[in-house]
Design a protein around this ligand. Sequence first.
Ligand code: CA
Length: 234
Amino acid sequence: MKILIVEDEQHLADGLRFNLEAEGYEAEIAHDGETALDHVQKSVFDAIVLDIMLPGIDGFEVAARLRAKQNFTPILMLTARGRPEDVLKGFEAGTDDYLPKPFDLEIFMARLNGLLRRREWMRKEKTGSRIDDIYTVNGKTIDFANLELRSTGETVHLTLMEIKLLRYLIENENVTVSRKTILEEVWDLQEDTDTRAIDNFIVRLRKYLEDEPNNPQIVRTVRGIGYKFVSGNE
Ligand code: CA
């Protein structure tokens, strides 16, 4: 397993590498975003640990550029104090999990190992979900274990947060769920967060699932409250 550490604080970067190597991982360090993107072009990593506050382009931009290039390496972002707005911005950019600074190295390793096993983690028996690993709606097949959505001739890779949100909506089919509940249940954010942040994720899910994303029939808006998933399946 090879991990890329993107972190401009030398001590922290060295400390993380030391720990990863002690656990049998290979680790490389990039001290800024541009260098990180270079590293990713040159070799394949199993996961990326990505600090948000970096010189030059920030971690959000690094994540967004990787995802735009169809690179779906799992990303664990490091955020200052875990500010909810940063966490959501990171998820929008395509990161998979976050760890607020400062953190304990044991927690770091646990989060990273979880991320490396994320496909396995999304399986029905692991999550205790009522929904099977394969779910079909509107002729599109959602593969929860592989974080993919397949339709005729096309496969879309979903981020971990997109697939978690989708699963949550499907589990609550025909039930209106509020934005606040979604933030708590899917993102695990308890604090007062701007709940409109969810709307961007909903827009993306509609693009994947709906025939007419601007006239949604599956991921419906319930005005003033939240959303309701209606599969239309028999
Ligand atoms: Ca930093």
